[in-house]
Design a protein around this ligand. Sequence first.
Ligand code: ADP
Ligand code: MG
Length: 919
Amino acid sequence: MSDLITTVVQSLGPGAMLAMFALGLVLIYRSTGVINLAHGAQASLGALLYWDAVVNWGIPSIVALAVAVLGSGLVGALIHVAVMHPLRDAAKLTQLIGSIGVMIVVQSALLLTYGSTTRTVPALLPSGTVGLPGGATVGADRLWLLLIGIGVTTALWATYRYTSFGVRTAAVAENAVSAAALGVSSTRVASANWFLGGCLAGLAGAMLAPVAGANIVTLNALLVPGLGAALFGGLLSFPLTLIGALVVQVVQAIASENIDVRGIAGIASFAIIVVLMLVRGSAIPERGFVGMRLPSLGSGRIGWWAVLWVGVSVAFVVNGDPEWVDAVLTSMIIAIVMLSAVVITGYAGQLSLAQFSLAGCGAYIAVQLSQRFDVPFPVLLLASAALTIPIGLLLSIAAMRMRGASLAVITVSFAVALYAAVFSQSQIQSVPSPSLAGWDLSPIIYPERYLALATAVFVIAAVLAANLRRGATGRRFVAVRGNERASAALGIRVGLVKATAFSIATFIAALGGVLYVFRSPSVEFGGFTFESSVEVLAWTVIGGLGFIAGPLLGMGFAPGGIGTQLVETIIGGQSSWLPLIGGIALLATVVLNQDGIASVLLDAARPVRRRLRRGPSSTPGHEMPSQPAQEPSASAAHSLEPETVTASKPSAKPARHCLPLEVRGVSVSFGGVHALTDVDLALEPGTVHGLIGPNGAGKSTLLDVISGFVSPRTGRITLGDQGLGPLKPWQRARIGIGRSFQSVELIPDLDVEDNIRVATESSAGPTLLRDLVLPSRRDLPPAAREIVRMLDLEGDLHRRVGELSFGRQRLAAIARALATDSQVILLDEPASGLDDTERRELTRAIRLVAHGRGIGVLLIEHDVDLVLGTSDVVTALDFGKVIASGSPEEVRASPEVIASYIGRGADDPNVQGEGAVAK
Ligand code: ADP
Ligand code: MG
């Protein structure tokens, strides 16, 4: 019992310092929405500065502490000014990668300066012991640490609650734009918070150093328990973070003392993070908005010249200097793991910081298999990669519940736990030399053969990944990466897509891992650290995260690889600088051009390739809209009066038998807000049903309820005879409920045609295997082509979404919603942002879809005249209640509708919803 008390009390002091560390994370997150992955490196900086100041400069320890704290704080401010401020509007993914760059730079600079040994640091606090009730004793320094921790937490809490600095920070965090309007400089406030956050990391590092020694690797690993504590406080509350840190530290200590599993402390903090994330649901609140630009993606087309180039250069190397064979081999194997990062993070947008650890799992499994079974090496390679997939699937389960920063946190702590529990514990094991059908592949005797094997594996994996990118599976990856909600509304099973992406990426990573360890007859796993995983991602980003060529362009940074060899042969030595150079290159990449070297090269090559392609026979303008197609649409554009459109009915496709949609008694509330109260609505096939009402009336909410994104408190929705209650959004999409969103939610990385194609092929069944081998790009179905023609989008089909004007983007989004084989279509303010011509095309298309194809269209529109002129039936909402329903004339004449639109003519669309805030 007294043992337990001693353990608990002993760990409270370090726990309080973990709290300092975690509070720094919270400060930075609260003010700028960034999870600072460099925080552990900053704590190392504090510890080593303190050690240097006391031991080498001989200054008093309290001054040394100030030096350490301020030094780390200044680095924090510098991170903000040089990296995070330029990235303030970048996607969350890019910001996180930026903080990874900082981590690599700080850590490798520290390793260059101080080396990796543990420094013994003289005590800062009073030594001696204090007796506890029950006869146990505890070091006085531990109690001091606890007191300091409580004091700092209280001071922070009071500062952020009561001072104007705290108020300004809150204002900036809430809304940087309106804070700026009040004269608060969000830049300065953010810099100050990064400075303070850095000070706290430095303080934690310096104060922990006398207790545990100053060691870069150990202190960097503070990141995981620190994140656990910060999550305990919801990345918001200071006192809860303190409590969280004490709990994490105590749990780790008790687990290490009582559970005889090595690396248990690492597992414990991973488990705490998993539990916290599951309990808190979405875990880290996402501040980012959709539509921020992600690293751009390559087309997935591999020219035969690229394969030839890789083949020839490797063949050239194979016949040369053995040192070069070795270097290229190292890089090539790492490139395979980097390819897995392209698939999971580039294509599917899931920030996994565990790819090299997954490679380690594959290697571990292969070594175990090789001890028990005598199989040819390629069989071993494939079997162990396949057996690693379930581990990747575990991560995909996490990714189904969380995204962005939360996923990064889970994967990084997974990597740390794996290292602590498995890789750092495993003994050196000897493995048989690889061979294939009696052909010795031994990397020691025949390194060139092993290099040929690794190159073949890379090329095959690259071709498969590229096929994937071009096929339906890859389009779904890209859709999910761009916007999960919009993907679900297209009928895409987001969870399944993530599971697929993780499976494939894990398989590829494991291939690399097996090749990595079998290079040596005696295998060890000490290299599979989370830092290596992070670095593998970093090099991929430098090369080009969205490009198959990215790994080839970034693989030189791998230690012992091509870069090392280059530096050593050209400059002679000093390859220990390579990690630092890699970190700086990563920072330059994310700040200057987040797309990486591959995109720069492609851009440079584009004019050349265009000139090459422009032979004498071909015409220059290759993106011409087809002439005959324009004819009918141009002539039809004249027939905009509703009468004429109705008259064109016979010429359109014969009506199908679509199903009616019924909404009965639906109520929705968000907290105290009654967004919808007892709403009834019947959407008949073949009609346009207008939904009007001021801003905040509940129109978008009604669409969200119908398409399954919001569950109603009461009420029932049916399509034909089928109740929609239990169906998820993607299932509703597949039974025929199509929708558009109020904000344009196209997939920015695909061209218009692929955006539409994604919608039409979402229910095409299992296509993965076919996509890997023979990616399909089926023609758009006839219905979709008809819509494209009606909306006059043919000339834009092969443009990327970003190249289109806002109005054209909107039309494309609507075409996508209309292109599916829908029973009903829900359009949320489709005409906003369109000019007059586009509006006319749009209304004509809507009426054709309804009257010609028999689909029920629910049309929310701001422009009352447009709705009343287009719709057959109109429902008016106000404050979540139906205030009128009937023909356009009836609704226009309804006293309630007139009352709710009082103060302006019904024909002025721009002044609706006074005071109400549009969601
Ligand atoms: P409309 O589309 O008619 O402008 P909305 O359906 O967007 O209106 O919003 C209806 C009401 O519900 C508004 O008061 C809005 O603030 C509120 N609301 C909508 N979505 C949410 C949400 N996710 N959380 C809280 N309140 C919401
Ligand atoms: Mg709305």
